[in-house]
Design a protein around this ligand. Sequence first.
Ligand SMILES: Cc1cc2nc3c(=O)[nH]c(=O)nc-3n(C[C@H](O)[C@H](O)[C@H](O)COP(=O)(O)OP(=O)(O)OC[C@H]3O[C@@H](n4cnc5c(N)ncnc54)[C@H](O)[C@@H]3O)c2cc1C
Length: 153
Amino acid sequence: MKDGRISADPTVYINIGSKYEAGDAPAGCENWFTMVNVPYDSGQDWDQLIPIVRKNVLEKLSRMLQTDVESLIENESILDPRTIQSKTSSHLGALYGTASNDQKAAFLRHPNFSKRIKGLYFCGGSVHPGGGIPLCLLSAKIVDQEIAATYGA
Ligand SMILES: Cc1cc2nc3c(=O)[nH]c(=O)nc-3n(C[C@H](O)[C@H](O)[C@H](O)COP(=O)(O)OP(=O)(O)OC[C@H]3O[C@@H](n4cnc5c(N)ncnc54)[C@H](O)[C@@H]3O)c2cc1C
């Protein structure tokens, strides 16, 4: 991903919500949310990349599950970094803020406060300490403590 390309053998994340809430899918069906990590949008030709990634993912799942997964799909929609940006305002379609792939990344994350506007604070996945629910909650705690320390509890 460093050079803006996508692995031909990506790690695949699958969440099947209907395993927990049967009503989230029609009777006898499942709702699969399938995700692979890709680079942020730096002008790649996503329309050309999507069918390649889709094929790689389906081949991998079919091989691992020993089932022809594609033939079971009745309905699908695909989000890519362009549509993630347009639907969620996430900069360049990045889910976790700035890349955390190099050793200095942890020190370069956006701080929890604005250096330009006094009293403006940030918490969430794209700022310190990082993405994922536990770190997002930690960032909310940091902001809470900062505000309490500055303005009183
Ligand atoms: C597919 C996927 C799977 C994940 N799995 C895990 C996992 O298993 N464990 C884990 O710890 N983390 C996981 N994460 C990461 C985790 O979900 C995120 O890091 C976290 O949700 C980020 O929290 P946030 O509050 O920064 O942003 P969000 O959760 O995105 O919340 C931002 C909110 O702001 C709202 N919003 C946006 N713009 C506006 C506006 N202009 N006005 C008002 N509201 C607005 C949005 O609708 C949204 O509700 C996953 C992420 C993805 C995408």
